[in-house]
Design a protein around this ligand. Structure first.
Ligand code: ADP
Ligand code: MG
Length: 339
């Protein structure tokens, strides 16, 4: 009998991994925006064409990369953000898996231009289906620009699986909003097919909320703040009378990372009990600060799920923070308890 097991070539391994990291244009946008923030950008520009199917481009004024790093950034498990497994328990950056760029480049035509602060020249890299097509020195602006063209050009089944432009656009806007909310001190703009959808100046969280969701949020936001030895909560919740029939504008961030959690959502909903009909949904943007050693964000490659050491305490602190905020603002109950 002869041996039959072989290691997969990198391009194939990357394409398989891409299936998990990049499901649709919005997942690529998320990864690129997170990289821009990890790079310390103060201004992030997003351009998309055809709901990201044709182009997703993110331009940042962050620290940029050397030519060697630019090349390395497309290797799988190549990251500047962790060095040891101990670092896994103290993650402060968005990235750490070193998978995003390798995955994206496995299933799209990618062009990167990057220049380190102070460097005379920058680097241009074109990579397509994990294959480097071009690598050269160029003059370009400081920071990094990455264009992702024709996502899934080499995976027809995936490409066909993409939803209509309005649906994919909604996903892109959702991801954009999540990142932009978490970083009000960073300027963002978002251009779709040459039309500017958002132009967000650096400012305070309340201004960012208004910039993203509209002027009618002015005066509707109740500040929320609670500090415990374990966990800090801050942010804004909407006045009960401003609640909506549909869920949607509800955001939890843990150490500035957007997460989904029905359990924590319930904690907020519970704090509104008696203040609005139970089929209505409040607006909230809540930031939880917690020691990274008490959470595990390595549950899923897209990192929107999280495990807490002590979920029940987190629940109790959130509920109490929201309840107090609503109480402190003398929010009048919408239900009549005298009946
Ligand atoms: P991760 O973010 O998990 O480290 P990525 O594949 O997203 O993995 O990126 C790989 C590496 O490329 C990062 O660790 C970082 O050093 C570098 N990099 C990626 N995007 C940028 C950017 N916009 N600016 C500067 N460096 C970047
Ligand atoms: Mg990354």
């Amino acid at each position: 009998m002869s041996d039959i097991i072989q290691l997969l070539p990198d391009a194939i391994a990357n394409q398989i991994a891409a299936g998990e990291v990049v499901q649709r244009p919005a997942s690529a946008l998320k990864e690129l925006m997170e990289n821009a923030i990890d790079a310390g950008a103060s201004q992030v520009q997003v351009l998309v064409k055809e709901a990201g199917k044709m182009l997703i481009q993110v331009i940042d004024n962050g620290k940029g990369m050397t030519m060697t790093d630019a090349r390395m950034s497309f290797e799988r498990h190549a990251t500047s953000k962790i060095r040891s497994s101990a670092d896994l328990f103290a993650i402060r950056t968005f990235g750490f898996r070193g998978e995003a760029l390798a995955s994206i480049a496995a299933v799209a035509q990618v062009e990167m231009k990057t220049r380190e602060k102070g460097a005379e020249l920058g680097t241009l890299i074109q990579i397509e289906g994990s294959e480097i097509k071009k690598q050269e020195l160029v003059s370009c602006q400081e920071g990094t620009s990455i264009s992702v063209k024709n996502l899934f050009f080499n995976v027809p089944a995936r490409r066909n699986f993409l939803k209509s432009n309005p649906v994919e656009m909604k996903h892109l806007v959702d991801e954009f909003q999540r990142v932009a909310l978490a970083y009000p001190e960073i300027g963002f703009n978002f251009i779709q097919n040459d039309m500017e959808l958002y132009n967000l100046q650096p400012g305070k969280l309340s201004q960012r909320i208004v910039g993203l969701f509209g002027k009618n949020y002015q005066g509707q936001l109740v500040a929320c703040k609670e500090e415990t030895p374990h966990l800090n909560v801050r942010g804004y919740v909407g006045k009960p009378e401003n609640s909506k029939k549909t869920r949607g504008e509800q955001f939890f961030f843990v150490n500035n990372r957007f997460i989904k959690s029905n359990y924590l959502h319930h904690a907020v909903a519970n704090a509104y009990e008696g203040l609005m009909p139970s089929d209505m949904h409040p607006f909230y943007v809540l930031f939880l600060e917690i020691d990274p050693s008490h959470i595990d964000i390595n549950v899923h490659p897209t990192k929107t799920e999280i495990k807490f050491d002590d979920e029940r305490t987190v629940y109790a602190v959130i509920r109490s923070a929201v309840k107090q905020a609503l109480g402190a603002h003398n929010v009048v109950p919408t239900l009549d308890f005298s009946l």
